[in-house]
Design a protein around this ligand. Structure first.
Ligand code: C5P
Length: 232
């Protein structure tokens, strides 16, 4: 799987996202659609952006009983998304059911990645509220291995964890990493950030970049800079 930049299209309406993507005349960036836009605009927004020629990472983070996840994944697969995700906390059985639901009759399916522990969950809260009494790094790697055992393609993680995930799960296990900022850019509300150059050095397969591109004065130039720093 080649390296690529995925733009997090965190807009709240169809009009905003279409107007943003219309600025791209030459390239067709891989885009991430999250819960806010999907719940506001519905599955039609996926079809419309696909029809414009973009690849889509549908970031809905499914987590339910295996049968429900299998059926929901089947619907997403028919929407022809290129990548989707779930919570590894749903267990290996849930992840296996997800793959079953995603796999089309011809054997193809979107890339499926797992969220291990959300970066908003601190080790302290995980220990005290969730009663998981282990260091968070160990939990993240264990959940990544569970995802691999279930047959998933990779995980969402911090670029700073990408090398360790590759060491633990293999170099072909995909790492999709948010928290990327240009060396001279604002970090906003992100805490542990990495530049596109550094993310490439650490070995991220995909970087997810939102505001440094969507809020830039010239989003196309910012996207191109990101691609040249990350993909080379
Ligand atoms: O604007 P920014 O580049 O911070 O956007 C990053 C995107 O990645 C957002 O859609 C955010 O929700 C998502 N994300 C993240 N950190 C995680 C998981 C997802 O920033 N741990």
């Amino acid at each position: 799987m080649g390296r690529d930049v995925i733009i997090a299209c965190d807009f709240s309406s169809k009009e905003e996202v279409i107007s943003f993507l219309s600025k791209f005349k030459e390239e067709k960036p891989f885009v991430k659609i999250g819960m806010e836009l999907f719940y506001a605009a519905g599955p039609e927004i996926v079809k419309e952006i696909k029809a414009m020629g973009h690849k889509i990472f549908l970031d809905l983070k499914l987590h339910d009983i295996p049968n429900t996840v299998m059926k929901a994944m089947n619907v997403l697969s028919r929407l022809d998304v290129d990548m989707c995700n779930l919570h590894a906390a749903g267990t290996i059985a849930m992840m296996e059911a997800a793959i079953k639901g995603l796999t089309r009759e011809d054997g193809t399916r979107p890339i499926l990645i797992a969220v291990t522990q959300l970066t908003s969950t601190s080790e302290e809260r995980m220990n005290e509220e969730l009663l998981i009494n282990k260091p968070i790094d160990e939990v993240v790697m264990h959940y990544a291995m569970n995802a691999k055992k279930a047959g998933l393609d990779g995980v969402v993680c911090s670029p700073l964890e990408a090398a360790k995930v590759h060491d633990t799960c293999g170099s072909d296990f995909v790492t999709v990493t948010p928290g990327v900022r240009f060396a001279d850019g604002d970090i906003g509300d992100q805490v542990r950030v990495t530049t596109p150059v550094k993310a490439r050095e650490i070995g991220s397969d995909y970087i997810v970049v939102g505001r440094p591109i969507t809020q830039a004065d010239d989003p196309v130039a910012a996207y191109r800079r990101c691609v040249s720093e990350f993909v080379g």
